[in-house]
Design a protein around this ligand. Structure first.
Ligand code: SF4
Length: 230
């Protein structure tokens, strides 16, 4: 599998686990607030990390690390993802997958083969503003709806999460997201932070009070809605 970043230790990325994180290049979206632009935009690729380096660490850190996070970019675009995860699972690690939900077929296949233990799916925005927020004019939301529906119906632990950024979000967005995804799933609203490696410009974070207000709107539909990193 193509890997272009490897963080050997994270206490934050995988809830309740000590993990490492692998970053895969490429994504079909162009979210202006994407904080890994160099992984997403053509011609800005970094050095490839050999799979062998990852597996050498996983062998060595057995019993120290519990999990492996696979993030991107969009990992489900990698044809070799299932093979990679089979090897990770064979070493006894739990797997967390970050996805934008654009490949429900891959998500379903990975779940059926029990190659993932936890999924974090981005919900970019209300359906009416999804294309704009994903940076893809005319984006077909059918696969996104299918992935979200699969997670909400299935037995796989998961979370939804939204990076909240001005000027892409407002109160109406969270009213519409709540109506769309009402349920008892974990849903995190994350504040925008400028990583210095963004796709777009003209973005800024909301203040704490505004974030609390958005959570309050969402929690009318999704009682488990929470703020993260605020
Ligand atoms: S933030 Fe958007 S563009 Fe960046 S990797 Fe995720 S889905 Fe792709």
């Amino acid at each position: 599998m193509k890997i272009e970043g490897f963080q050997t230790l994270t206490l934050l990325d995988y809830p309740g686990k000590v993990a490492c994180t692998v970053f895969t290049p490429g994504c079909g979206f162009r979210c202006p607030f994407c904080h890994n632009a160099s992984l997403v935009l053509p011609g800005r690729a970094g050095a490839e990390v050999p799979e062998g380096e990852v597996f050498a660490l996983l062998e060595k850190r057995r019993g120290v690390l519990d999990g492996v996070c696979v993030t991107g970019g969009e990992p489900t675009l990698q044809p070799a993802l299932p093979d990679f995860l089979r090897r990770v699972k064979a070493l006894g690690y739990a797997v967390k997958l970050d996805t934008n939900g654009a490949r429900p077929d891959v998500l379903r296949a990975l779940a059926e083969e029990e190659l993932v233990d936890y999924v974090a799916m981005d919900i970019k925005n209300a359906p009416e503003r999804y294309a704009e927020t994903a940076g893809v004019p005319g984006l077909d939301l059918t696969p996104i709806r299918e992935s979200a529906g699969f997670l909400m119906k299935g037995g796989l632990p998961f979370e939804f999460r939204t990076t909240v950024v001005r000027p892409l979000h407002d109160s109406d967005c969270f009213q519409a997201i709540g109506a769309w995804l009402a349920g008892d799933e974990p849903y995190f609203l994350q504040g925008f932070q400028d990583s210095g490696d963004l796709i777009g410009t003209g973005l800024s974070p909301f203040g704490e009070e505004e974030m609390i207000g958005f959570r309050s709107i969402l929690s009318n539909f999704i009682p488990n809605a929470a703020l993260r990193g605020i």
